[in-house]
Design a binder for this molecule. Structure first.
Ligand SMILES: [Zn+2]
Length: 291
């Protein structure tokens, strides 16, 4: 049975039309280890990770293999060192699979090679810039040069994504010349100038994960300072940016979220953080800033 739902369709227009759901690129039903939009210290994590090695990778839909490469850097405008990488072309977008251990026979045959949903592309591994065996996969719109979070187009399945715990604000931080000073969110802290304020926020899924957040809003005195949603990142002027035009360094400092400036003189802070699913973090407080 084909399940239908309303989703944005790439390329066609900004409107939404009915499209069939994609399939998960594996049958192993394992909790994802990273969501779309996390910090990778100097770039956005532009995909979703499923951990483990040796398991078979399936395309998210039928299509044809557009290319396969095996090198540390990814060709063209696609992000980021994928090692053994396969791109599959579908009607309105491409799907990408990175860090493969092996290519299957079909992946190695002459291109373009048609694939069905049951065609094995290869096996998950740890090639390229990868800190442990996993599949990194994503959707890509080559005309828009945008990488999309694949989760909204996949069948909901809590074996892959189960989130019962709200994101947590672990620390607030202030960047110093040589380090980031971290304080407990309830602590008093000194700010001698109008420095950016940072936050360490993680979403733990069912308790064991350490995901980033899907959407982060920061408000101060009723005014929204920032509203970042990681639905897609797109190439804009040679830089990958969120859909509201924020580059990596606007959003992150290392693995800290940048909340903004101006809190020294107006210490009210409201943080709303959402995981991809599950409950939301709502923090509203007056910061105990010592000038
Ligand atoms: Zn990844």
């Amino acid at each position: 049975m084909v399940v239908w739902r309303i989703v944005p369709v790439f390329l066609v227009s900004a409107s939404v039309v009915a499209a069939p759901l994609l399939q998960w690129p594996t049958k192993i039903e394992r909790q994802i280890s990273s969501i779309f939009g996390e910090s990778r210290m100097d770039h956005f994590h532009a995909g979703v990770d499923i951990p483990g090695e040796g398991w078979s990778i399936l395309p998210v839909d039928s299509g044809k293999i557009l290319f396969r490469v095996n090198r540390p850097e990814t060709p063209g405008t696609l992000p980021f060192g994928g090692g053994k990488t396969i791109l599959v072309e579908h009607e309105h977008f491409w799907s990408g699979y990175m860090h493969l251990e092996t290519f299957s026979d079909v992946s190695l045959s002459a291109l373009p090679q048609g694939v069905e949903r049951k065609t094995v592309l290869g096996t998950a591994g740890n090639t390229g810039h990868s800190g442990g065996s996993h599949l990194h996969f994503f959707l890509y719109d080559p005309k828009e040069k945008a990488v999309y979070n694949p989760l909204p187009l996949l069948p909901p399945n809590d074996k892959y994504v189960s989130d019962t715990v709200a994101p947590r604000l672990l620390y607030l931080g202030v960047p110093l010349p040589d380090r980031i000073a971290a304080v407990q969110p309830d602590s008093e802290f000194t700010m001698s100038g109008d420095f950016p304020l940072l936050a360490m926020i993680t979403d733990s899924g069912t308790g064991g994960q350490r995901w980033g957040v899907h959407r982060l809003r920061v408000k101060q005195g009723g005014k929204t300072l920032r509203d970042i949603e990681f639905g897609k990142i797109l190439l804009d002027g040679g830089k990958w940016k969120t859909s509201n035009g924020m580059a990596y360094e606007d959003v992150f400092l290392e693995n800290w979220y940048v909340l903004g400036r101006g809190f020294r003189d107006s210490p009210f802070l409201e943080i709303l953080a959402e995981g991809y699913s599950g409950p939301q973090l709502t923090e509203a407080r007056d910061l105990k800033i010592v000038k």
